[in-house]
Design a binder for this molecule. Structure first.
Ligand SMILES: [Fe+2]
Ligand SMILES: [Fe+2]
Length: 290
């Protein structure tokens, strides 16, 4: 059981597919969220994902007045290039050794033939060796894993919900054989805020956002969820799946704030069914609990 709690968390959107209204932020397909977690008067900064490139993240941080050197750890939600592409660039800007937490399979290739044959996993520039050389101390595990008391990775998420898809049709090659890749490396971050409940942060949510919420509740024994936020990967999902997802985001969940790969169809359904519990992400958006 994952224990501990923190006094507060502030989540600053450093990169998303949308830059927001009347801003000079840069947007790019990808995600990077900066968590500022405070406990007992001391605050730590954890970066969830590193977008596709470091440049827009560093540009947006400069506008926000946040120095890269203030980042204490990086958590990678999964292998995809739009979440890991800026890793070495960001680590180089940080300029010192810090923990990088991810799944042991995060450095594998992940192939798709849409729109043409390519690897959408970690790029060559972000190989395990390059990450280490840039100061990343790797903590690779698929089990629930604490970064500090009250802040932890879900580890691999069991896929139990029947309407949530297994992977996105990408595959791998093992000894010349094609094997479907269900993206088992998809993990989320969970923060337990005193008196408020869980803050659940997904990268792309490939494990299924309802599976992720259920798993976070299971490994903490806490039912109350203050915020579910991040990529829900419902772009191109069926109307039925989107409808069932919206219905499953129960009343014990305070705020639902999807972004990145969630898609407009899901936004519209969430807005209709969740009312003011729904909000969407854009670069510069800050969410605080409490
Ligand atoms: Fe993504
Ligand atoms: Fe992804």
């Amino acid at each position: 059981m994952q224990g501990g709690e923190v006094d507060s968390v502030r989540i600053i959107t450093l990169l998303d597919d949308y830059a927001g209204f009347e801003t000079s932020f840069y947007a790019q397909h990808g995600l990077a969220l900066l968590l500022e977690v405070c406990s007992g008067g001391k605050c730590r900064r954890i970066l969830l994902d590193a977008g596709q490139d470091a440049a827009p993240i560093l540009h947006n941080m400069e506008i926000l007045g946040i120095g890269p050197g203030s980042i204490d750890a990086v958590f990678l939600s999964h292998c995809h290039y739009d979440h890991t592409g800026g890793l070495v660039g960001v680590l180089s800007a940080i300029g010192r050794e810090i923990p990088v937490i991810a799944h042991p399979a995060v450095f594998r290739d992940n192939y798709t033939f849409k729109p043409f044959l390519r690897n959408i996993g970690v790029t060559l520039e972000n190989s395990q060796e390059a990450v280490k050389a840039a100061g990343g101390q790797l903590f690779l595990t698929g089990e629930p894993f604490a970064i500090m008391p009250g802040v932890f990775s879900t580890g691999e998420v069991p896929r139990r919900i029947d309407f949530e898809d297994q992977g996105i049709g990408t595959y791998n090659l093992e000894d010349g054989h094609i094997t479907p890749d269900p993206l088992r490396d998809d993990m989320s971050l969970v923060v337990n805020v005193t008196g408020r409940g869980l803050v659940i942060l997904s990268g792309c949510g490939h494990a299924g956002i309802i599976n992720i919420v259920n798993h976070a509740r299971e490994i903490t024994g806490i039912q109350k969820v203050a915020v579910v936020m991040g990529g829900f990967h419902l772009i191109g999902a069926s109307e039925e799946r989107i409808g069932k997802t919206a219905a499953a985001l129960d009343r014990d969940i305070g705020r639902v704030i999807p972004g990145h790969c969630t898609g407009l169809a899901a936004y519209s359904e969430f807005s209709r069914t969740l009312g003011d519990r729904f909000d969407s992400l854009h670069v510069g958006k800050i969410v605080s609990v409490p």
